[in-house]
Design a protein around this ligand. Structure first.
Ligand code: GDG
Length: 458
């Protein structure tokens, strides 16, 4: 049987719980089959040389971990500036936040070459290689240049923007052509697949075939949607542990007599946190009966603090929640409980369950696993209501959520009000339908389907 090799920017011990969407999903896929997980060690060498880095290997249960350190210069240019300062904003449709610098693109190429070089020395002829996310788009092209013939698949966790936005990236042809070194491309949604096919057609003169086939630049690749799921059973049993139940009880007693709206995310401009606070303010203005009765608990866990746009967002969220509390709060009630800290994963199901409404309103999101976790954490006999942005990849699957346009603050407020007043019968009906969808397309389905297509050359 071939060995599974997973490559992602960050690696994490799959036996430990961690907080990133990718780490959770990939860790679960690897833990069941065993294999090799390769990526950056997370260590930055202040005295290192660009394009070089030490390789470390260790064993974590059935999984061999192989990581490379980066020097400060490579880390800043490849990770902070290019991956998170160019690709992340542009792929989330935010051209105005991108800062293009030729030197950063060069480092991005160099670090991909370094990773390919280190990984190449560890590969076996019948390995099957699965590369993840925007940090590593050119990895397969570098591996191929070193003579690698193994099957290589790529999964993009973030959205694909329309072709005109992609075409604004300097050297976009180089970046997008490198995707044709893979055998299979996986995207989160049908919208992403459509954008990729349109880009290939208009910019690379591709011929489009059936079943996701795209023929361009002298190569053929299959591009399809494989919407990522969560481990439904694992998350349900996490909800049964003492920590989750304590969290639930604590929230219920602290906010007794209150209805809670719950939001949980990394502090990121793609997640629509500012618009969410505006919508909550509008709810209190337009439906004053919620004053003193409804509290928004918003967790915004620290993320990418070295990237400038994140620091600006943090300051504006603090001032916005402060102003809502100042304008509407009184001695007994604070409308917004804004927490700029991470919550332990084992407590998350209790937090979700305490929310009568789960607010998941990104401006743009590849999938969004919080939406799925919120649904799974609910009491099926008295479930809360998911208010979900139509611009999250998850909206293609989770049609029984209340779908909103997060830019439309008044309509979002109206939907929150509707969620707060939904009958038990309707809540159960929607929750049952959502659970069926989540079970059918869980994380095991996702990795099994992608890997079986990659293996079989479908
Ligand atoms: C990328 C794509 C795609 C969040 N705050 C805390 C915490 N989390 C956990 C959640 C969830 C994960 O992080 C977030 O996953 P998302 O999917 O919502 O978002 P990204 O991190 O942006 O992930 C996204 C995903 O990749 C997978 O493909 O869905 O579209 O952007 O699991 O629970 N976990 C803990 N404390 C927190 O405060 N423990």
């Amino acid at each position: 049987m071939s060995r599974l090799v997973v490559v992602s920017n960050r690696v994490a011990d799959p036996r430990k719980t961690s907080s990133g969407g990718l780490a959770v999903a990939v860790g679960q896929a690897l833990e069941s089959s065993g294999g090799l997980w390769f990526g950056w060690s997370g260590k930055i060498r202040e005295d290192g040389t660009p394009g070089e880095g030490e390789l470390h290997t260790s064993q974590a249960g059935k999984v061999q971990m192989a990581t490379v350190d980066l020097c400060r210069e490579d880390h800043d240019a490849y990770y902070l500036n290019y991956s998170n300062g160019v690709l992340w904003p542009v792929f989330h449709y935010r051209l105005e936040l991108a800062d293009f610098r030729a030197a950063d693109l060069n480092s991005y190429r160099q670090v991909n070459k370094l990773f390919a070089h280190k990984l190449h020395s560890l590969l076996r002829p019948d390995d099957i290689i699965w590369v993840h996310d925007y940090h590593l788009i050119p990895l397969a092209a570098e591996l191929r240049a070193m003579g690698c013939r193994q099957r290589i698949g790529f999964f993009l966790h973030i959205p694909v923007p329309p072709p005109q936005l992609l075409a604004a990236i300097p050297d976009h042809e180089w970046l997008m052509r490198s995707l044709f070194s893979y055998d299979l491309l996986g995207f989160q949604s049908e919208t992403d697949v459509t954008h990729f096919r349109h880009y290939a057609e208009s910019e690379l003169h591709a011929q489009l075939g059936d079943d996701g086939l795209v023929d361009a630049v002298g190569a053929q690749v299959h591009a399809r949607a494989y919407p990522i799921g969560i481990d439904v059973d694992e998350f349900q049993s996490l909800g049964e542990n003492g920590d989750a139940q304590d969290m639930y009880k604590k929230l219920k007693s602290t906010y007794s007599g209150q209805r809670l709206l719950v939001g949980v995310e990394r502090l990121d401009y793609s997640k629509g946190l500012r618009h969410r606070l505006y919508a909550f303010r509008r709810l209190l203005e337009n439906y004053p009966e919620n004053r003193g009765q409804t509290t928004l608990v918003q967790i915004a866990s620290p993320s990418r603090e070295a990237v400038g746009a994140y620091e600006d967002l943090r300051r504006s969220l603090e001032s916005l929640s402060g102003s809502i509390n100042g304008d509407f709060g009184d001695l007994e009630w604070n409308p917004v409980r804004y927490v700029h800290r991470s919550v332990a994963r084992k407590r998350l199901p209790g937090l979700y369950r305490a929310g009568s409404v789960g607010l998941v309103t990104p401006l743009r999101d590849g999938m969004n696993l919080v939406a799925k976790e919120y649904v799974v954490a609910q009491n099926p006999e008295d479930p809360g209501v998911l208010v979900l942005s139509r611009f999250a990849g998850a909206a293609e699957q989770l049609q029984e959520a209340l779908l909103v346009n997060p830019y439309d603050v008044s309509k979002t407020a109206e939907m929150i009000q509707r969620a707060l007043h939904m009958s038990l019968e309707e809540r159960i009906e929607r929750h049952t339908a959502l659970m069926e969808r989540l079970r059918e397309h869980d994380v095991h389905w996702w990795s099994k389907t992608f890997l079986s297509d990659l293996n079989s050359g479908r």
